[in-house]
Structure formats: C-alpha cells, structure tokens
Design a protein. Structure first.
Length: 179
C-alpha cells in the first residue's frame, strides 16, 4: 500500500517570554528587545508561525509600553517576515487604558481574555466592561483577537461577544491551561 503525504497548514505558536519570569529565575529568558527578536527568529527558523509577545521595562517587569512594542514588532517583521505577531494585552499591575494603548500599531493579533482569572498571588482582572471596550478597539484597528479561554465561563462570554457584534466570526480561541 502506498502512503501519500498531505500538506495541511499547521500553526506553531510560541510565547518567547511571559509576563513573570526574570533573568534571576531563568538566565535564558529573553527580556530585552534584542533578545526577544533573536529568540523569535530562532523559533521562526525552527518552524514557528505565530509569536505571542510581552514587553518588559528596565526592571524586567511586564509592561504595556507602546514604544517597546513598536520596536519589537519592527525588529521581528524584519527578521521573520511571515510570522504572525500577537501582542499581549495582559494586565499585571497596569491600567485598563494602558493595556490597549499599543493596538494602533496594528499587530496581526492581540490577546483578549474574556473574564478574570485567579492566579496564586493575584487576580488577573478582566471585568466585562473592559472586555466589551477592548474587543471593538481590536476590531477597529484590524487586529484579530486571540481569545484566551482559562475556564468554561470565558467561552460563554466569547459567544456573548459574538452575539453582541463585538467580535467577528470566525473567532480564534486559545485554551490556556494552568498547572
């Protein structure tokens, strides 16, 4: 029997750095813009097709700094021209206004958690009013929301956002599993 190979498209997503680990936790975590561009390029060369990005301030804390996102996106576009760029709109310690301030840079995608999450030491707040304002902001900037689902209620919230016309189908859903 002859076996035929098919070439189905495959999305390999990478999150090269998160919002929490620092160099003291793992010396290999890419923190600076140059390190993140290099790490993304390595992942791209290995087959990654989507990169989820966080930026850090000078003290390695998670940030929503628009200029850092701009510099990071420009560097990645030069070195990895076909990769899908997804900005984080996560909010550890940032205001709701700050969390969407970089969307006018028009990354391909941005994360959108449709509810709040209890982490061991902090509540990741995503109140309904904030989500209902962030979703159309993304759509208005032609940024595809990457809907982050941490629990079943967030899936129901996503359906409500589609029914309210705040998200356009088809919806890109990412299940986030916490250990």
């Amino acid at each position: 029997m002859t076996q035929t190979k098919t070439t189905e498209p495959c999305i390999i997503s990478v999150a090269i750095t998160g919002s929490v680990p620092k160099k003291k936790d793992n010396p290999a975590v890419p923190i600076t813009i140059a390190e993140q561009i290099g790490s993304t390029h390595e992942a791209y060369e290995a087959g990654a097709t989507l990169v989820h990005l966080h930026v850090r301030d000078e003290d390695e804390r998670s940030s929503s700094d628009r200029h850092r996102f701009d510099e990071l996106q420009q560097g990645i576009r030069k070195r990895c021209p076909e990769i899908v760029i997804q900005f984080s709109t996560g909010g550890r310690g940032r205001s709701f206004e700050q969390r969407g301030a970089m969307l006018d840079l028009m990354p391909d995608m941005a994360s959108l958690a449709t509810g709040s999450v209890n982490f061991p030491t902090i509540v990741y707040e995503n109140p309904p009013d904030f989500v209902r304002s962030l979703a159309p902001l993304m759509v208005g900037h032609n940024v595809k929301p990457g809907v982050e689902i941490f629990d079943l209620a967030m899936l129901y919230s996503t359906v409500d956002l589609v029914n309210q016309g705040l998200l356009k189908p088809p919806v890109h859903v990412q299940f986030v599993l916490l250990a």
